[in-house]
Design a protein around this ligand. Structure first.
Ligand code: NDP
Ligand code: HSE
Length: 435
């Protein structure tokens, strides 16, 4: 059988890794796919740099549209990133009747609905395993492996850069900026690293996971997003003392009223599986009604781990290339006409427990007044510690609450900050037991 011809858009961290893995494991991959998978054409900005990596028989140019329009290309692999040119190229490839493989979560989280609809109408596949959690086959697991289940929630560490930063800050006491620079050098960070630090990249991925888990359209604009840039080193240390670690989590949960879709730092018990996921590793926990909890763990970023997912998609597309489009696995796990319009809940509706830290004057009646404000807001205190304030006079108080509605917690914080003996803002972090 003829080889399947691949046009590669981008030869950076992931594109370069994809090319290398395809070349190194060519025979093994062909044995699995049933035919050879061959990169025949590449588009980059810097042709000279690309030439150093590529075989002499591969056509390299600077015009990605030329690759997309090349009639000899069967599969277009989009590894340029961003959501402007990438969107144009992906839609053009689909219109040309070509299958697409992409690692671009930013693109799919924003334009997934349009792109998947266009692909279904044209009878082509858009595969995106590398877009979520790098090398971990989480999309395949949810879309195919867990298909018997009513999925209850998905929670995970789905950004390698921030997990690397939090791990290094905690374990080695390194400053934020130093660790971020290291993550960039290692190829983990996005072209714009604020996407990583501010939780946007994790929210892109979580948006896709929520669609796959619950059969809802991709709705990135409804995700609640809070990153790690405002996180104080003091809270990382205090969390450790209290038996927790702070992780940037993506959580999507089915509740009777709707679906929670949120990314934020959270305290997780130090003995939990997620607390022990360190460095650029990712981990995703999925709870299904039949299977219970399952855990997926592995490298969430970097050259070859991400290439592993891209190449797996290439093999899948190659195998299904000739299959009747009606009988392929739906892009978002559910049949397009069976998607649900379950509402996404606002962050005010979220129910979880909280860590609250504040500095107060050390005087009689303070605890009683604070306990009254919390009780009036229907917030039950799980435990509390008091220690001398790190700076100046007074006492620092840390409350760990039982589960409460976020709206009530925010209202209580406003009242607490207005009390005359309160000397700081209230630091509020969410806590997740993931039980
Ligand atoms: P890089 O910046 O390393 O690579 C981008 C590539 O695209 C480069 O080869 C660049 O060419 C090429 N490129 C950019 N603009 C153009 C253009 N106008 N025309 C032609 N080529 C162009 O990015 P990554 O490999 O890190 O990321 C690629 C995608 O994969 C992104 O969507 C990212 O979110 C996603 N991803 C990345 C992961 C990672 O660990 N890095 C993990 C999972 C997903 P040149 O080299 O000549 O400048
Ligand atoms: N910037 C992303 C991360 C790359 O750090 O997880 C993988 O998607």
């Amino acid at each position: 059988m003829d080889s399947i011809k691949v046009g590669l858009l981008g030869l950076g961290v992931v594109g370069g890794g994809t090319y290398k893995v395809l070349a190194r494991n060519a025979q093994e991959i062909a044995r699995r796919a049933g035919r050879k998978i061959e990169v025949t054409r590449v588009a980059v900005r810097d042709v000279e740099k690309a030439r150093k990596l590529l075989g002499a028989d591969i056509l390299v140019g600077t015009d990605p549209h030329a690759v997309v329009r090349d009639p000899s290309i069967d599969i277009v692999v989009e590894l340029i990133g961003g959501d402007t040119l990438a969107r144009e190229l992906v839609l053009e490839a689909i219109a040309q009747g070509k299958h697409v493989v992409t690692a671009n979560k930013a693109l799919l989280a924003k334009y997934g609905t349009e792109i998947f609809a266009a692909a279904s109408a044209r009878g082509v596949m858009v595969a995106f395993e590398a877009a979520v959690a790098g090398g971990i086959p989480i999309i395949k697991a949810i879309r195919e492996g867990l298909t018997a289940n009513r999925i209850e929630w998905v929670a995970g560490i789905i950004n390698g850069t921030t997990n690397f930063i939090l791990s290094e800050m905690r374990a080695r006491g390194l400053p934020f900026a130093t660790v971020l620079a290291e993550a960039q050098k290692l190829g983990y960070a996005e072209a714009d690293p604020t996407f990583d630090i501010e939780g946007v990249d994790a929210a892109h991925k979580l948006t896709l996971l929520a669609s796959l888990a619950f059969g809802i359209p991709v709705q990135f604009d409804k995700a609640y997003i809070e990153g790690i840039s405002q996180l104080a080193a003091e809270d990382i240390k205090l969390a450790e003392r209290l038996g927790y670690r702070i992780k940037l989590l993506g959580i999507t949960k089915r509740r009777p009223e709707g679906i929670e879709l949120r990314v934020h730092p959270a305290l997780v018990p130090v003995k939990s599986l997620l607390a022990n996921v360190e460095g650029a590793m990712n981990a995703v926990l999925v709870r299904g009604d039949a299977v219970g909890q399952t855990l997926y763990y592995g490298k969430g970023a970097g050259e070859e781990p991400t290439a592993s997912a891209v190449v797996a998609d290439l093999v899948d597309v190659t195998r299904l290339h000739t299959a009747d489009p009606e009988h392929r696995v739906p892009h978002l796990a559910f049949q397009p006409d069976a998607m649900a319009d379950t509402p996404i809940l606002s962050i005010d509706e979220v129910v979880t427990s909280y860590y609250l830290r504040l500095t107060v004057a050390d005087q009689p009646g303070v605890l009683a007044d604070l306990a009254r404000v919390l009780a009036d807001a229907k917030i039950s205190i799980g435990s509390m510690i008091q220690q001398p304030a790190e700076q100046g006079e007074g006492a620092e108080l840390i409350f760990l609450t039982h589960e409460a509605i976020e709206r009530n917690v925010n209202a209580a914080i406003v009242k607490i900050e207005a009390l005359p003996f309160v000397r700081s803002r209230v630091t509020r972090l969410r806590m997740e037991s993931l039980a």
